[in-house]
Design a protein around this ligand. Structure first.
Ligand SMILES: Nc1ncnc2c1ncn2[C@@H]1O[C@H](COP(=O)(O)OP(=O)(O)OP(=O)(O)O)[C@@H](O)[C@H]1O
Ligand SMILES: [Mg+2]
Length: 308
């Protein structure tokens, strides 16, 4: 049964030994959509991605990837998906051109030289074509990795932390490229730990301990968390800070530059906790928008509590 979505899976479950690392995960991604996949280390992102691209077989669950049965047609899925693994995996002692030529041959792409040249050109790699991959900076390495996984013209890109350790400018360029590709109809599922990248996705999913805790647009996920945020401007005394952090209704206290973010779910309790500070002439207390980071910290904390 095909729904027209690039990814449509329900109840995906994967166990390693007795541990369930992907637990009943539902995920739908529309064609041309960019979906961000977030969650703490070890939460099951890479495993989920591998289940979707057919490298691992699920213990339970069903659905389709590019209209193909995720459990029965993994060989066909693999051919139509571009998968960028979490770790850079190229021959460091080969040039960019040589690496891409190798990949083109693996996929049986013809004519090889033309395909490689077109890919180099498409991703702005031509000027570096003869440079050894091992000597490239992080940003160029990511670009090479992206080139290698789109060369066979997949319909779905699965990117596993593609920009880890890459500087902000290179990350922005990488994301511009992702949006260009999605504009051409490519569907993208991308795992990341970066909040700014989550905000560049059409939708996000948050996973912890193998369970998908929230999906939706960034706004939907923030609203769905029910968190309320206040910002305190000015310098608190250590005693004020201690008292605030310990107050009933205060779930998170986090400094951001010269301000303090105070987060909770119960507005009345939060305002009661902040009341002594609003009376302090040296401080200014204002409501503010809850950040995605605040929401994720809450998810992580409550998932930890449940696991314990
Ligand atoms: N082949 C395997 N055999 C046994 N356990 C595994 C295997 N692969 C992953 N795991 C475990 O499954 C859990 C989920 O791992 P996974 O790599 O999917 O997490 P992740 O969300 O990608 O983490 P990170 O953000 O660190 O990349 C981890 O506890 C990991 O140790
Ligand atoms: Mg991972």
């Amino acid at each position: 049964m095909s729904t027209g979505n690039a990814i449509d899976v329900r109840g995906l479950t994967k166990r390693f030994g007795t541990r369930t690392v992907v637990d009943n995960v539902d995920l739908s991604v529309a064609t041309g959509e960019i979906v961000g996949f977030l969650g703490p280390n070890g939460s099951g992102k890479t495993t989920t991605i591998r289940l979707i691209c057919g490298l691992l077989t699920a213990d339970a669950g069903e659905g389709t990837v590019l209209g193909l049965d995720v459990r029965q047609q993994s060989a066909e899925i693999k051919r139509q998906v571009g998968y960028m693994t979490q770790r850079f995996s190229f021959y460091e002692d080969l040039t960019i051109t040589e690496n891409l030529t190798f990949v083109a041959r693996l996929y049986g792409l013809k004519p090889v030289a033309e395909t490689v040249a077109k890919t180099l050109d498409g991703l702005g790699l031509t000027s570096r074509r003869d440079q050894l991959a091992g000597t490239l900076s992080g940003g160029w390495k990511q670009r090479l990795a992206l080139a290698a996984c789109i060369m066979h013209q997949p319909k779905l890109l699965l990117l596993d932390e593609p920009t880890a350790g890459v500087d902000p400018k290179a990350r922005r360029e990488f994301w511009d490229e992702i949006h260009r590709l999605a504009g051409d109809g490519l569907t993208v599922l991308v795992s990341t730990h970066y909040m700014d990248e989550a905000e560049r996705c059409h939708r996000i999913g948050y996973i912890a301990y193998g369970r998908m805790l929230a999906t939706g647009t960034v706004d939907e996920v923030v609203r769905g968390s029910g968190l309320i945020t206040y910002v305190v401007h000015g310098a608190l005394t250590p005693a004020q800070l201690r008292e605030l952090a310990a107050a009933d209704g205060v779930e998170q206290v986090a400094p951001f530059g010269t301000t303090l973010h105070v987060v909770g779910t119960d507005k009345a309790k939060l305002e009661a906790a902040l009341a002594p500070l609003t009376r302090d002439k040296g401080l200014r207390v204002e409501p503010d928008e809850t950040s995605l980071e605040d929401v994720f910290i809450k998810f992580m904390t409550s998932a930890q509590d449940r696991a314990a």
